[in-house]
Design a protein around this ligand. Structure first.
Ligand code: SF4
Length: 684
């Protein structure tokens, strides 16, 4: 608890709000947008002359990825820089701020895509105080609320704002649960939390009677903050829809998010104030370690590399000041050309959290959508935004509404060349997932085919709960988990077993859906470019797909067992006298230095070198379009073991997703093929 916050004056926002400023309509017609930026206020009379507003404005359009290298109020220069109106991008740096707008209006599904909080923050810093749209995506809306930006779907507000009317606050809180209402009334999550710590707000009490619970619900109940002031934690039971705060065991963030959270902390809490329990906070320098090798020259000229490097510096200095463990980047080394070059990260965040920190029954929050990775050992791990991370440094807890759960049961025995990645590509093409019904739910993986997987392979499944659109993914811990904790962490087996006690779903626990999959019927899969849900059996490909790049790495596919799979295929190739196809550039990238060292112990580094693959140090790299292995043209074809293949994810080319076996076999064949454990080499 940060004591100075207990005496900090905190007040609610006024119960009537006035929006002094202009209204910006994000119209489909770029000329209309430009006219507004030049000073014209467009008439708004939908009955007589409807204005065609842009639908589906993603957070990528509000703040393109390279804009997110900024992490302070400078972001206010950039909102909507990626907004595409027709074939044009009418908004330029600084033009929204200069225009004096207070309200931003668009059509359907405002704030789609990435959960980046830089988007509403950029809008807020440009002067936008109210966002109006036909409907607003959940995370974007929560991020707005956490920052104190109002949201509404009521277009009738436009005329009232323009008339200078004071709008009752209740118009923005109606229909919301108690906590969300409080956050809006206090002007954001931080003020709400200060009021909560001071006992000024009543968090609705959970009074769910004992019931059959899923493993996830049990973990929530154990961590439920019963009384923040008294410091009591734990309730007998929770059910979907219960709203409150849960105590976290681990909080982590990476260099894309930590600096902005740090700025919030320094400005709102105080530069010299301590972080609550810094020993359970971890920072990572993983996403942009190799950015200098691949950034486009025009972006370097714009100074973006310098800006991106500041992310690293800010995170490092904040970590040192607060006594927080940073898994940083390695010292630069001389490359073959005699120049200083990046040498990779200590670890990708998810890889290290699973290798070294996550324990069964814990609650872990991270600043990244693939935080569910750690659910492989039977904990609840989920991604949150910048403000939620910064608040957790104060309170150590995080706001949740218990999600509904659904179960995926993979029965039977899988063929040898089928992996957890193939399970996931199969699951992702299920209509329940493709239709978006799983969004925000918890996916619990079970069945003997899942139980037979190692913890590394289970992590591929929990990691890709992000692609499912789920709140998180979890697998009940078992004897395999105990073995992992003993081998990986040197834990005492008895202590590990005790940790797993009670961590199973009760008979009669509620699931909104159960999906059954027969593992023996599965075949190696690929996902066609564009979406991880575009799954297909490799054997169903109608034509040969020649490969230019094979990328074998990332948090999803840079674990020890992934390396075993690449090495197995490559050793077989070498035994047949084969190497990586001459037309293919093949990259192997580990998730952590520990995996890197493991490869050396196993002699895999030599195997990779002999087969003609480039073995690079750990980092997110090509997975986030920021390292060796990215495509350069839209014609280039990549076969990759990463988790998502949205357009532009790893360069402009065509990105196919596949398992480690399929990636390695395709690198040898020069075209997409499955690895055949029975008839090695037959695929070529
Ligand atoms: S490797 Fe890719 S998916 Fe994993 S944390 Fe890094 S950018 Fe995200």
């Amino acid at each position: 608890m940060i004591k100075s916050l207990l005496s900090r004056p905190v007040t609610k926002v006024a119960d009537r709000v006035r929006f002094d400023g202009r209204v910006l309509f994000l119209a489909c017609d770029p000329a209309l947008v430009r006219r507004q930026l030049a000073g014209e206020d467009l008439p708004y009379d939908p009955a007589r002359s409807p204005l065609q507003l842009r639908d589906n404005i993603s957070t990528d359009e509000i703040t393109p990825a390279y804009i997110c290298y900024y992490f302070d109020e400078t972001l206010g220069d950039f909102p909507y820089l990626g907004l595409k109106c027709g074939e044009e991008f009418p908004i330029e740096r600084g033009s929204v701020k200069k225009g004096g707008f207070a309200v931003s209006v668009s059509g359907k599904r405002r704030g789609k895509g990435s959960s980046r909080e830089q988007s509403p923050y950029a809008e807020m810093m440009a002067g936008i105080k109210l966002v109006i749209a036909e409907n607003i995506e959940r995370i974007y809306r929560e991020n707005c609320q956490n920052l104190g930006v109002f949201t509404s779907t009521d277009f009738g507000l436009i005329a009232r704002v323009r008339a200078g009317e004071e709008i009752p606050l209740s118009e923005f809180t109606k229909g919301e649960g108690g906590i969300t209402r409080g956050i809006i009334e206090y002007g954001g999550l931080f003020n709400y939390n200060v009021a909560r710590l001071q006992g000024k707000v009543e968090v609705p009490k959970v009074s769910t009677p004992k019931r059959a619970m899923t493993i996830a619900e049990k973990i929530f109940a154990r961590h439920w903050v019963a009384d923040a002031k008294a410091g009591t934690v734990g309730v007998p039971a929770v059910k979907p829809g219960d709203e409150g705060f849960v105590q976290t065991d681990i909080r982590f963030s990476h260099e894309y998010v930590t600096p902005m959270s740090a700025i919030f902390f320094e400005e709102l809490v105080g530069k010299d104030e301590p972080v609550n329990d810094p020993s359970s906070v971890f920072f990572f320098r993983d996403h942009l370690t190799f950015l200098d090798q691949v950034m486009r020259p025009e972006h370097v000229q714009m100074g973006l590399l310098d800006v991106a490097n500041q992310l690293e510096a800010k995170q490092r200095t904040f970590a040192a000041a607060k006594g927080i463990k940073l898994y940083g980047q390695l010292e630069k080394r001389l490359n073959l050309m005699g120049a200083l070059a990046s040498a990779g990260s200590e670890a990708i965040c998810h890889s290290k959290i699973l290798e070294a920190h996550a324990l069964p029954g814990q609650i872990i929050i991270g600043s990244d959508s693939h935080t569910p990775h750690a659910g492989a050992v039977g904990c609840i791990a989920f991604g949150v935004g910048t403000t939620a991370i910064f608040n957790s440094w104060i309170t150590k807890d995080v706001r949740v509404e218990v999600p509904k759960s659904f179960r995926v049961v993979v029965r039977g025995r899988k063929p040898e060349n089928v992996t957890a990645k193939d399970f996931m590509l199969e699951i992702l093409r299920h209509p329940y997932i493709k239709n978006g019904e799983a969004i925000g739910q918890i996916v619990e993986y079970a069945g003997e085919a899942v139980e037979s997987l190692s913890v590394d392979e289970r992590a591929t499944m929990t990691n890709m709960a992000a692609e499912v659109g789920a709140f998180t993914g979890i697998i009940a811990p078992d004897e395999k988990t105990v073995e992992y904790l003993v081998a990986q962490r040197g834990m005492n087996a008895g202590a590990a077993r005790r940790m797993c006690e009670g961590l199973f779903s009760d008979p009669g626990a509620e699931y909104v859906k159960v999906i059954e999959i027969d593992a023996s019927a599965l075949r190696p899969m690929i996902a066609l470019p564009g979406d991880p849900g575009n799954g297909l059996h490799v054997e169903e490909l109608e034509r040969d797909v020649k490969v230019d790049i094979a990328y074998a790495g990332s948090c999803t596919a840079g674990k020890k067992e992934d390396m075993d799979m690449y090495a197995r295929v490559f050793k077989e190739a070498l035994a047949r006298g084969e190497k990586v196809h001459p037309d293919v550039r093949c990259f192997i990238q580990c998730g952590s230095q520990e995996v890197f060292a493991y490869c050396r112990e196993q002699g895999y580094d030599k195997v990779f070198a002999d087969v003609g693959a480039t073995f690079i140090e750990p980092s997110c790299g090509a997975c986030i379009n920021a390292g060796p292995g990215v495509s350069r043209t839209k014609e280039e074809v990549t076969i990759s073991a990463i988790n998502r293949n949205f357009p532009g994810r790893s360069g402009p080319g065509q990105l196919y997703l596949a398992s480690p076996y399929t990636v390695a076999a395709s690198a040898i064949a020069g075209r997409i093929v499955e690895w055949d454990a029975e008839a090695v080499g037959a695929a070529r």
